[in-house]
Write a protein that binds this ligand. Structure first.
Ligand code: ATP
Ligand code: MG
Length: 563
């Protein structure tokens, strides 16, 4: 099911794949994988990697595996596995029967390690973690060899077997690769391959007390799955020689190739599972799927369509240098998609009562209103019109400036898909002076056209019928952080949270066609923005999340001006 909007432009990774295909490098095979560690919910950065890996497989007729990179028991769980599966599927990608778990390879990885020991390529080191760090040297000084480096193969095998058997406490020994303590690349100074960790694993339970390090498990998992192009983020560039060393020395075939690209950073948010976990655990957001979160689950609940996220990933492209993408671009992609697909409805966020004095008391007209201005195939819905309506408080001003083209005393405005009305009086609270309702008259000849006498009426406002509309709760969201780079300062990043990132309005009213709006369905509330029915909704009491306002700040940023 290749998503039609999946990337086709040639970036440097696609260029490598094309070249390899031309040279028949892997017998014409293209195999990628998306390898998340199930220690948090996926975020928009992961979406970039998902779109890249699955997109390449789709484009070149290859395959992409979904692999849980679950080799470190701390913090991994089934809940996270399930979130990853749900989110990748929702993004529109399909791994068919190729859902894999690196933890299923533990025995194979162990056997590879035994072989490395036998080949004199790995040894058991009994230095403490601090000592290992000290012996490693620095960028400018070479490291020092461990006194345990020259243990015999027999002793190493014996110790490694007993490590596995659980004879030693955490930290007593590690298995290290025997490479080069004076390598200019610190990563190559006898890196640790296995450590003792007495912690139950969410899948293997207490079967294992030694766990392989990422740098060892990852290349071998790739080789086991016959991955051809192992795409990862730039921070692993220095680790590539180790990736190649592991594959070469274990003689795992066929050999995958690691290619690094720049991770996605985005303004006004944080893209690090560790930080996101902190927000969730400290209760600073309402869970992983809080609509303000940059998680896929949060964006789904907010109402972002998967097409918009794929389109965003397409537009940011793939490069080799780090940058920060403006969150306004993501919001722009969301608006773009929703503008095309979201049915139009009317909803009033902050109601003001309007009585039409010359409209018959018991009359109700069902006015046919188009669901989309540019897509007649989306049809019409019926919107009831009656004597008492609600309009938006902001669409009325007691004392307006000259150019104000909404409603004011003595002025006229068109009610969307309905009549022209004129404000004739106001009712205010006798004590507080607060505006309670306005009274209008309507011009019966203006339902389908302009006034007969040719007078001009500039403004159009939205409305709902007081008796027919439904009460609703509307949740307005703004950016999660109030500064473009929340991680920028050394101070606690949570200090940069936007205190006004959520506002809940409980007085809103929506047209009755939204009575059974299914959770996840998205609409444009005319003039007010895009909204998505929340799973907290019940029949007759829909709850809406604001997905986005109508105002596009990206057009301005990009200097496109027009929109
Ligand atoms: P985090 O930094 O959020 O903890 P991670 O890299 O530890 O993320 P993994 O579960 O290891 O998370 O990531 C799975 C895959 O997604 C990896 O291939 C990783 O390179 C990629 N990935 C993670 N974050 C980003 C990002 N911000 N942009 C692009 N790709 C990313
Ligand atoms: Mg990681």
């Amino acid at each position: 099911m290749p998503p039609a909007d999946s990337s086709s432009a040639v970036d440097f990774i696609r260029a490598i794949v094309e070249e390899d295909l031309k040279n028949n490098k892997h017998n014409g095979r293209v195999a990628t994988r998306f390898p998340p560690e199930p220690n948090g919910y996926p975020h928009i950065g992961h979406a970039k990697s998902v779109c890249l890996n699955f997109g390449i497989a789709v484009q070149f007729g290859g395959s992409c595996n979904l692999r849980m990179d679950d080799t470190d028991p701390s913090g991994e769980s089934l809940e996270y596995v399930e979130s990853i599966i749900r989110d990748v599927k929702w993004l529109g990608f399909d791994w068919e029967d190729r859902l894999y778990f690196a933890s299923d390879y533990f025995e194979q990885l162990y056997q590879y390690a035994v072989q490395l020991i036998k080949d004199g390529k790995a040894y058991v080191c009994s230095l403490s973690a601090d000592e290992i760090r000290e012996y490693r040297g620095t960028l400018t000084e070479p490291g020092k060899e461990s006194p345990y480096r020259n243990r015999s193969v027999e002793e190493n095998l014996d110790l490694f077997t007993r490590m596995r058997a659980g004879e030693f406490p955490d930290g007593a020994h590690v298995l290290r690769a025997k490479i080069d303590m004076s390598s200019p690349n610190v990563v190559m100074r006898d890196p640790v391959l296995y450590r003792i960790k007495r912690e139950p694993h969410y899948r293997t339970g207490d079967q294992w007390v030694i766990y392989p390090m990422y740098d060892y498990a990852h290349p071998l998992s790739d080789a086991i799955e016959k991955i051809t192009h192992s795409i990862c983020t730039l921070e692993f560039e220095n680790n590539r020689p180790l990736y190649d060393w592991v594959v070469l020395e274990t003689k795992a075939e066929p050999r995958p190739r690691q290619i690094e690209f720049a991770r996605l950073n985005m303004s006004y948010t944080v893209l690090s599972k560790r930080r996101l976990i902190e927000l969730v655990q400290r209760g600073l957001v309402k869970g992983w799927d809080d609509p303000r979160m940059p998680t896929i689950a949060g964006m789904r609940r907010r109402g972002y369509p998967p097409e918009a996220i794929r389109n965003f990933c397409d537009r940011i492209g793939v490069a080799k240098n780090d940058s920060i993408v403006d969150i306004a671009l993501l919001e722009h992609c969301v608006r773009d998609t929703l503008n095309e697909m979201a049915p139009r409805v009317m909803g009033v966020l902050r109601p003001l009562r309007m009585v039409i004095d010359n409209y018959p008391e018991n009359r109700v007209e069902e006015l046919e209103s188009p669901c989309h201005p540019k897509r007649p195939e989306m049809g019409f819905r019926k919107v009831p019109f009656s004597r008492v309506l609600y309009i938006e408080q902001d669409d009325f001003l007691d004392n307006p400036p000259k150019k104000y083209n909404r409603l004011a005393p003595g002025r006229e405005v068109r009610l969307r898909n309905a009549y022209i009305v004129k404000c004739v009086s106001m009712v205010k609270d006798e004590i507080t002076g607060e505006l309670q309702e306005i009274h209008c008259t309507y011009d019966p000849g203006t339902l389908t056209g302009s006034p007969e006498d040719g007078r001009k009426v500039e403004g159009t406002i939205h409305w709902v019928s007081a008796a027919h509309s439904l009460p609703t709760e509307i949740r307005l969201y703004d950016r999660l952080f109030s500064v473009p780079n929340p991680m920028g300062e050394k101070e606690d990043f949570t200090k940069n949270l936007n205190r006004r990132s959520m506002e809940v309005l409980v007085i809103g009213r929506v047209e009755p066609s939204l009575k059974d709006a299914a959770p996840g369905s998205r609409y444009q509330f005319e003039r007010m923005g895009y909204f998505c029915a929340d799973p907290d909704s019940s029949s007759g009491k829909p709850i809406f999340n604001r997905i986005a306002t109508l105002r596009d700040s990206w057009a301005k940023v990009a200097g496109q001006g027009k929109k």
